[in-house]
Design a protein around this ligand. Structure first.
Ligand code: HEC
Length: 135
């Protein structure tokens, strides 16, 4: 049975969880995304390497640029569906890299499509440094 104490603990836990989610949402920004992956990689993102990585095919049919263009500063077209994709570089699209869950979801999907595996933390940090550096 859930007594009052137990309920209190639950309520505090839930409030704490909500607070964490809010703080994460506020903190999400291109710079915060870059820092998150630099921390995971244990090194600074390298924009020059990110640029090369973005334009290369990695054994498959597509590069990142196949769908996002290069430099990815304009609207582009999805390589297979032809659907419009808005500019990926945050200086050209204020919505980009502002939602960690979205970044994670699309890195996962896009890396699988291009490299047939997930991107490493270093690759993500390099790509983010490249995207954030485009002005
Ligand atoms: C087959 C097409 C395709 C390829 C190839 C592709 N992407 Fe994407 N990407 C998309 C689509 C579709 C979305 C989600 C729609 C949108 O956000 O406009 C997306 C979204 C993203 C996002 C989310 C950005 C945000 O915060 O809104 C990132 C980051 C990204 N792609 C990076 C990459 C990288 C890095 C590569 C190469 C490894 C890559 N993409 C290759 C189609 C592609």
């Amino acid at each position: 049975m859930l007594n009052f104490r137990g309920f209190q603990r639950l309520a505090v836990g839930a409030a704490g969880g909500t607070l964490m989610v809010c703080v994460q949402a506020i903190a999400a920004s291109p710079q915060a995304e870059l820092m998150r992956w630099q921390q995971a990689a244990g090194q600074t993102g390298d924009a020059a390497k990110g640029q090369v990585f973005f334009g290369q095919r990695h054994g498959g049919e597509w590069s990142c640029a196949s769908c996002h263009g290069q430099p990815p500063i304009n609207d582009s077209k999805h390589a297979s569906t032809g659907k419009k994709i808005a500019a990926l570089a945050p200086a050209f699209n204020a919505e980009r890299l502002t939602d960690s869950a979205k970044v994670d979801k699309w890195f996962k999907r896009n890396c699988k499509d291009v490299l047939s595996r997930e991107c490493t933390a270093t690759e993500k940090a390099d790509v983010l440094a490249y995207l954030i550096g485009l002005k």
